[in-house]
Design a protein around this ligand. Structure first.
Ligand SMILES: [Zn+2]
Length: 232
């Protein structure tokens, strides 16, 4: 898996110091600064402590199976702001390189909030997932014009979220919906199951169903374009 985060700290220096402090018990494989500088803190073959208590597609202990990227941004509690172009270009490049070298299928590229909706909001609704998908990283189905008024139904919503990969039960529907919106319907992340959210859920569910491999993810790596001259 690939898990994208924001650092949620005032500066890159503060985030790097914390991620390198053994006492903090948090770490990530990579940190991407706002100016595009990429730091590797943990070898990809080693476990990093970035996901915490989390779940995706019914699987837990995601630190054991994932590479974590911390993207420098103050975060929602500290002055959340747009991710600059240099930073996004670096993130895109790094992710392309990772999915080319590891069997990471598109349906296992997630944000921290996707795998821990009740605890986490990162990388948040300003993160450009559509751009990454255009670069061959992750899934971003185009939003279709509404056909005949999708059904807004809580049971179906739970099914759709679970089909996508969210670990959600009836009592935790709202945080999961907020996480879904931060990722796939970024204009409004209020956690309400309104008609546009229901429509987007079906689009995303269908896109994940189309791209989810039947026999493992390795076969997807050959489809991804890893050409990237600026990753050095
Ligand atoms: Zn995080």
């Amino acid at each position: 898996m690939l898990v994208l985060h924001y650092t949620g700290m005032a500066t890159a220096a503060a985030a790097l110091a914390r991620l390198c402090d053994p006492e903090a018990r948090v770490s990530a494989h990579y940190v991407v600064e706002e100016n595009g500088v990429i730091w590797r803190l943990v070898p990809e073959s080693r476990r990093a402590f970035h996901a915490g208590i989390s779940c995706w597609e019914g699987e837990q202990d995601l630190n054991a199976v994932s590479i974590g990227i911390e993207i420098v941004n103050p975060g929602h509690d500290c002055g959340y702001r747009h991710f600059p172009e240099a930073q996004m270009a670096a993130v895109e490049c790094l992710c392309q390189d990772l999915v080319a070298r590891h069997p990471i299928p598109p349906h296992r590229i997630v944000g921290h909030s996707d795998i821990a909706p009740e605890r986490k909001s990162d990388p948040g609704e300003l993160f450009d997932w559509a751009r990454l998908a255009r670069a061959g990283v992750g899934i971003w189905p185009p939003a279709l014009p509404p056909a005949s008024g999708p059904t807004v139904d809580a049971a179906r919503c739970l099914d759709d979220l679970a089909s996508i990969g969210y670990c959600v039960v009836t009592g935790s529907l709202r945080p999961a919906l907020v996480a879904f919106q931060r990722r796939f319907r970024q204009s409004c992340c209020d956690g309400r199951l309104d008609t546009p959210t229901a429509a987007r859920l079906s689009e995303v569910r269908d896109a994940f169903a189309r791209l989810r491999p039947r026999t493992g993810g390795a076969r997807y790596t050959s489809k991804l374009n890893a050409s990237c001259s600026s990753c050095t």
